[in-house]
Every structure is written in C-alpha cells, then in structure tokens.
Design a protein around this ligand. Structure first.
Ligand SMILES: Nc1ncnc2c1ncn2[C@@H]1O[C@H](COP(=O)(O)OP(=O)(O)OP(=O)(O)O)[C@@H](O)[C@H]1O
Length: 308
C-alpha cells in the first residue's frame, strides 16, 4: 500500500526562544490538494521546509512519500517539486536558461518550452530573472517545481503577487495536475484559493493545527443555528435591522460592509432583511444562508483575524 503523501506527528521546531512549530500533526493522502492556511508567523513555511528537507525538526516524526526528508533526502528529492516563498534564482539568468538548468537535473523532464507556454511565459523566455515581473517570477518558479514531473509538489504561497488572470491560470494548472494524480501541499493567505482548490484545508495558528477538513465541511453551518450574510455599504444601522427581526436574532457588521444575521434563518427572516434593505435604499449583495467563510471559522476558533 502507498504511504500517505505527507504524515507529520508531533512536529516541533524552535528558533532560539521562538517556537515556530509546536506539536503539529498532519496527514495528507496521495493525489489530494491540501492547503495550509494561517496568519503570518503561524509556522506554515517552517513546516513545509522541514518536509522538503531544508530544515531539521527539533522533535516529532515527518514522513514524505514514506521517507524521512532529513535522512532520505537523495531518494526523496527527485520525487518532489518545490516552489519556495518568493521564488529564488540568479538575477541574471534568463527564464528559459533557468528552466533548462532545472530540467537537466531531472530523469524524465517535461518539455521546458511547452511548460513556459502553458504558464504564459513564452514571450518572456529570454528575459533575465531580475527583469521579470513579480507574477512572472512566481510562474517561472512554479515551472521549475513542475518540470521534473514530481509526484508531490510543495508550493509556498504560489500565487502571491499575481494578478487575477495569472492566478486563474495557475489554479487551472493545479487542478489539472491533481486530476493527473499529483499530490499538492500549498500554503496560502487567500481564502478563495483554499476554498477553490483544496480537498483539505488545515488552519494553523501558533504552530499548531486549529482545525482541518474539507472547505465544505468547515464552512457549512451545523444544525439550525444558521447564519445569513450579505454585503452592502458600510455602517448600516444594525440596531434598526435587529429590531425589525423576530426576537433571538442579532445583526452585526463582521467586517466593513459585511453583515451577519445570527439566529434561526427561515424564509420570513430572509424576506424581512431584504424588505428592510429596500426601505433603506440598500442593495444586499452576495446574500447567502448557511455558509461561513474560512475567515469566520478562524475568527470563531481563535478570536482573531486570519489576515494579519
Ligand atoms: N530563520 C528564522 N529565525 C528565527 N525565527 C524564525 C525564522 N524563520 C521563521 N521564524 C519565526 O518562526 C515563526 C514561524 O514562521 P513561519 O515563516 O514558519 O510562519 P508562516 O506561517 O510561514 O508565516 P508567513 O505567512 O508570514 O510566511 C515566526 O514567529 C517567525 O518569525
């Protein structure tokens, strides 16, 4: 039987007096996409770098494709692809040279010219790394992680700094890779990225797993205590709306321009909310019942915002 893509038990990593990872457990099955989500400094990069074999754990067990990254690095490296945070390349190297160099180290690489094309970099293939835009550097870095046909990809904030079009292109590529059976572990600050791509979301805070599950299971409200949310202009008089609703309902502005109505949500409550908005000349946009965002899940569990 195949070992899991990644299995971590009781991982601890300290930098001096800072405990970056504090007893983290995680299991990721093969052929799945797992998103590590958490605020700045939560320990995501440290965890990923230990899995990649770049850092050593202080304690705990880490197995990647059944191997110990600190001991079995030479067996593991050809089987994984790594995209570090912020890329990383010689400033003067041209895009096609860079990818060609990485491809030359792989036993059975993908065609670098094809990969540059897929990632929308054909026009920039002769451009030195330092003159590529941030988003292009990120895409080149992703191409380098992919060119060796890895079984498992580690991507540290793969779409940070990309415009929405490039981000969509990368998401499509990651979905295609997953459909091909490649396992992907990525870190992200973007809720939408995690919700769109991930089979499993693992929310990390202070070096520990706070909660994990599918985006669906984490964001769907349990039981009847559902929630209605909508967006509108900021600073609506939530006291007035609360007063218009049956007793036991509470309305608050959870973030500027985002409103939550808590309490049992039935068709009458939805109708009262929209009628009240109509009276105020307010358009309730993105009105949803029964789903929280990952941001709200985090807030509920830790009392803090996910985005620092
Ligand atoms: N080389 C280092 N030396 C000292 N402290 C470090 C080092 N690398 C990370 N840390 C600290 O360890 C903690 C975890 O950092 P890490 O980079 O793993 O978090 P992260 O979740 O990836 O954050 P971000 O989202 O900002 O990348 C932070 O408090 C950070 O300041």
């Amino acid at each position: 039987m195949n070992a899991p893509a990644v299995e971590i038990t009781g991982l601890v990593k300290r930098y001096g007096s800072t405990t970056a990872v504090d007893g983290l457990d995680l299991r990721m099955e093969r052929g799945t996409l797992l998103a590590l989500l958490g605020p700045n400094g939560a320990g995501k990069t440290t965890t990923v770098e230990i899995c990649e074999g770049f850092l050593r754990a202080d304690s705990g067990e880490v197995r990647v494709l059944g191997l110990d990254p600190s001991r079995d690095g030479s067996a593991l490296r050809p089987r994984i692809g790594v995209m570090p945070q912020g890329g990383g390349a010689y400033p003067g190297v041209r895009a096609d040279e860079m990818l060609g160099l990485v491809a030359a180290c792989a036993a059975n690489p993908l065609d670098p010219a094809w990969l540059l094309d897929v990632l929308g970099l054909s026009g920039a293939r002769k451009t030195p790394f330092k003159r590529l835009s941030g988003g292009q550097q990120q895409r080149l870095s992703l191409a380098c992680a992919l060119v060796g046909r890895p079984e498992l990809l580690f991507l540290d904030e793969p779409t940070a700094g990309m415009d929405p079009q490039a981000r969509r292109l990368v998401w499509d590529l990651l979905e295609a890779l997953r459909a091909d059976g490649v396992s992907v572990l990525l870190t992200t600050h973007l809720m939408e990225e995690a919700e769109t791509l991930a089979d499993t979301v693992v929310i990390v805070d202070h070096g520990k797993v706070v909660v994990e599950g599918s985006p669906q299971s984490l964001t769907v409200e349990a039981g009847e205590a559902a929630q209605l949310r909508f967006k509108a202009r900021t600073r609506l008089d939530t006291g007035l709306l609360t007063a218009a609703l049956p007793e036991g309902h509470l309305v608050h502005e959870s973030a500027p321009g985002t409103y939550l109505v808590e309490g049992a949500i039935d068709p009458q409550v939805v109708s009262t909310v929209t009628a009240w908005c109509a009276q105020q000349g307010v358009m309730p946009e993105e009105l949803q019942v029964g789903r929280r965002t990952l941001e709200e899940v985090f807030l509920e569990l830790t009392g803090r915002e996910l985005r620092a």
